[in-house]
Write a protein that binds this ligand. Structure first.
Ligand SMILES: [Zn+2]
Ligand SMILES: [Zn+2]
Length: 835
């Protein structure tokens, strides 16, 4: 016998168990149905599922359920991005092995995830720290290496000189960039590390024609890749003083990249990044101390701080000079932290007259300013009294053979001045047209324990070679000292690193660094396809059926790194014949953020964290899901409101009451009552269908609330027992099912006695005729001001609407007896009478 009171705890547990026992959400290849791969970003096993996870996942689940009801064979998997630093930190702090900490958290979070009542197919769960998973992360590494897409080079890392260890980005804290453990200011140190050639794909990554992704993400990626056209030009060093001191500073090539080769004649000094390798060579003996001190302070700042435009410019003169190749002028070389080694070549020509940063720098250090572009109609440019850099169009001046060449606002060859100068540089052999990217190759090496070991072997005879396929996975040993010691923990293991060279069989050493965890998460959507498959990273049949991902949902914070890496990964694999198609994820949508009740970002220290487990205990998962879909636009997010959730609590209870209260089953409602009910049902269905398609979740809930009110009215008016009432109930529960899966199932099977499961029912069809309004209300304007409203038949023609509008009291009064000059009818929207 069905229970009359709404006991969410009982209902939710009951259905979760039954769905699991029946494998209701098992997704199996079915060629007879169209597939739909819905992917939501997998969590890191921090140990606690927070409200942000619920906000990302439950609306994504509702939409996946909607697609399933629409007839798609939907795959909606879940897993854990389980390698990474927090596990090591927790282990250090609490003395638990990172593996135990991670897997204990996964067990807990899996239970929390199950409490959502989502349609995750747990048979497809993938955990990136499982050997059966990282086996293939390692295999991908060796494949990339074999295809020339992985290489080794020296690169700086953040280093704590006190702890004597490299630090991950997250371990460098505060504006002064200190070590999270001991507070010592962090410095940069060069280490030999592995990279992937992401930059090879820079141009292809800028092409978004195959994806339906938010504009914001596309813009962030475009800026991150930072393609710019210009020229590379060779300057040469000269000794620091006319007397020369035999310091060898003469004749070194300095390659620079500039987007404005047409301003070369205005380059009055050069600025090197403090890390530029030539700095030590060109620095004059009397400048050494000052240069060294500056280098040290620059090394302690982050790139973001160094590039900040509002920052006071600093720098020091090296005592060295270069020759500007276009006019043979001898110009001084400075170092400044705003020039990064990681952008371009680490050296720039400074054109203070036409670059704001260079202008500020020149004014501060009293360096010459020579204008080389004259603005149209402006007074003759003069470096002495310029108040700001001029970056507009005009014509070239002070530029030898190019004087008078027009300059427009275009970039690259589209600008006649740039185009002419590039041709000339190439002819003279001092430069060439080139393209520069902000995007760097992907640094893979981490000097960490809790990650996938990089499967490379070093032999003194044969250098680096990949671990042969039949020796994969390279298992991560459990008996290590993972505490901070200043080295990669695997290096300190007594035996692990000893192996044999795959070429000669002689003793050799393993790479002791582990992989960036972004490598593991670049292909997890592929591992879900066949998480236990052992003949390859995935089963091809599964790939051919399910890929690409049809909808990917997750946070905007992943716009650049993860979402660029995963696109790169797909394209690189495609070129190796492993994957197919241009992109891994066709459509992307981002949710906003749930803030605390104080409108601030939730954090333990602020004490404004909302714990979903507690809410589920109090109200049930269905209500939490409904509120998360209702309280804000999903893509915007907003502050949590603990009073607000009462609205969802009330809605769920009133729906329960509507379906379970005993009412006599003899219809007495008028034909009009039934017609109005049916119209509302189909109008709601139409709106809800559209909103699901467009990720407009908040209006889905408000539409369902309105329809419920209409059903209460119809019940009062005697609709119960009619066909219209039965249809309303039927459609209502099916619309509700994706949002509140448990209560919908309970009411469907136990109270309406319909066949289990509601989640296997088709999405209802809109009856357009029933949904049509009999009459509609249209605003009436006179000269663009709202003066009245008019009710007309929904299918009224233009003439009918015009005469009805003219007859309104508001129109009569404000037309003041004048004849209408023009009447504009916007069908179904408004009438504007112009007098
Ligand atoms: Zn330290
Ligand atoms: Zn060898």
């Amino acid at each position: 016998m069905a229970d009359k009171s709404y006991n969410h705890a009982k209902i939710e547990k009951k259905w979760q168990n039954k769905w699991e026992a029946d494998q209701l959400y098992r997704s199996i290849i079915d060629e007879s149905r169209p597939k739909f791969y819905a992917l939501t970003m997998l969590p890191y096993p921090s140990g606690d599922l927070h409200i942000g996870h619920w906000y990302a996942m439950t609306p994504s689940d509702a939409r996946a359920r909607f697609m399933r009801m629409k007839g798609y064979n939907v795959l909606f998997p879940m897993g854990f991005d389980a390698f990474g630093l927090p596990a090591e930190n927790a282990a250090i702090k609490r003395g638990i092995h990172p593996k135990n900490w991670t897997y204990r958290n996964i067990d807990r979070m899996r239970e929390q995830l199950k409490s959502m009542g989502a349609m995750f197919d747990w048979e497809r769960e993938a955990i990136s720290s499982d050997p059966e998973y990282y086996h293939w992360s390692q295999w991908f590494f060796t494949q990339l290496y074999k295809h020339g897409m992985a290489y080794r080079k020296m690169s700086p890392v953040d280093w704590c000189p006190n702890c004597n260890t490299t630090l991950a980005r997250e371990q460098v804290w505060g504006e002064d960039r200190h070590c999270e453990r001991c507070g010592t200011p962090v410095i940069k140190k060069d280490l030999d590390q592995w990279f992937f050639t992401t930059t090879k794909y820079a141009d292809e990554l800028l092409n978004f024609s195959h994806v339906d992704w938010p504009e914001r993400v596309k813009t962030l990626q475009t800026n991150w890749i930072g393609r710019s056209e210009g020229a590379s030009v060779i300057f040469k060093t000269v000794p620091p003083s006319p007397l020369g001191r035999g310091d060898g500073g003469e004749g070194h090539d300095i390659e620079i990249f500039t987007t404005r080769p047409d301003t070369l004649w205005g380059a009055t000094f050069m600025v090197f990044s403090p890390e530029h390798p030539l700095v030590d060579v060109i620095t004059a003996p009397d400048k050494k101390a000052e240069v060294e001190a500056y280098k040290e302070q620059a090394a302690r700042q982050s790139d973001i701080e160094r590039e900040a435009t509002d920052k006071e410019k600093t720098g020091v003169f090296t005592g060295g000079y270069a020759i500007n190749p276009v006019n043979n002028e001898r110009i001084p070389i400075w170092i400044a932290d705003y020039v990064l080694m990681s952008y371009g070549t680490g050296a720039i020509m400074a054109v203070p007259a036409h670059d704001e940063r260079d202008f500020e720098f020149a004014r501060k250090f009293e360096l010459p300013i020579v204008p080389v572009i004259q603005a149209e109609g402006a007074e003759e440019a003069n470096g002495e009294n310029m108040e700001a850099a001029y970056i507009g169009p005009g014509q070239m001046i002070n530029s030898g053979p190019f004087n008078g060449t027009p300059v427009n606002d275009e970039k690259g060859h589209k600008n006649p001045s740039i185009s002419a100068v590039i041709d000339w540089l190439e002819e003279k052999g001092i430069g060439k047209g080139s393209v520069n990217y902000r995007l760097r190759d992907w640094l893979i090496s981490r000097q960490r324990y809790w990650g996938a070991p990089i499967p490379m072997i070093y032999c003194t005879q044969h250098g680096w070679n990949p671990v042969p396929d039949d020796q994969l996975p390279v298992m991560l040993p459990e008996d290590v000292e993972w505490k901070p010691t200043g080295e990669s923990p695997l290096k300190l293991h007594p035996t692990w690193k000893n192996t044999t060279c795959p070429v000669c069989g002689e003793p050799a050493t393993r790479e002791t660094d582990t992989m960036d965890t972004f490598m593991c998460s670049s292909w997890y959507h592929l591992r879900y396809l066949s998480p236990h498959y052992d003949k390859g990273p995935f089963d091809e049949a599964e790939y051919n059926y399910w890929m690409p991902v049809d909808i990917y949902t997750g946070g905007i914070e992943h716009a650049t790194m993860h979402l660029i890496y995963t696109r790169f990964f797909h394209k690189a694999l495609r070129d190796m014949g492993v994957t197919e198609g241009p992109e891994p994820m066709t459509q992307l949508r981002n949710q906003g953020m749930v803030l605390g009740e104080d409108h601030e970002k939730m954090s333990k220290s602020r004490g404004n964290v909302i714990a979903p487990d507690e809410l589920v205990r109090m109200y049930g998962a269905d209500t939490v899901r409904a509120y998360l879909m209702f309280f804000a636009r999903w893509d915007m997010g907003g502050p949590w409101n603990s009073h607000g959730i009462e609205g969802s609590v009330r809605w769920v209870r009133r729906v329960w009451a509507l379906f379970t209260d005993p009412v006599e089953k003899k219809p007495s409602g008028s034909a009009e009552t039934l017609k109005v009910l049916r119209r509302k049902v189909h109008q709601t269905l139409k709106a809800v269908t559209r909103d699901f398609e467009q990720f407009e979740f908040n209006t889905i809930i408000s539409s369902l609330m309105e329809l419920m009110n209409e059903m209460y009215r119809a019940r009062e008016a005697g609709a119960v027992g009619s066909d219209e009432w039965a249809e309303a109930q039927n459609i209502y529960l099916r619309m509700m099912a994706p949002v509140t899966p448990h209560i919908a199932e309970e009411l469907w099977t136990e109270h309406l006695g319909k066949p289990y499961s509601i989640h296997q029912q088709p999405w209802p069809q809109v009856d357009e005729t029933a949904a049509r309004e009999d009459s509609i209300e249209i605003p009436v304007q006179v000269n663009g001001k709202l003066r009245d409203k008019v009710v007309v038949p929904a299918d009224a023609g233009e003439e009918e609407i015009k005469s009805a509008a003219l007859a309104t009291a508001g129109a009569q009064r404000y037309m003041e007896g004048k004849p209408p000059r023009k009447i504009i009818v916007v069908p179904k929207k408004l009438v504007n009478i112009v007098v």
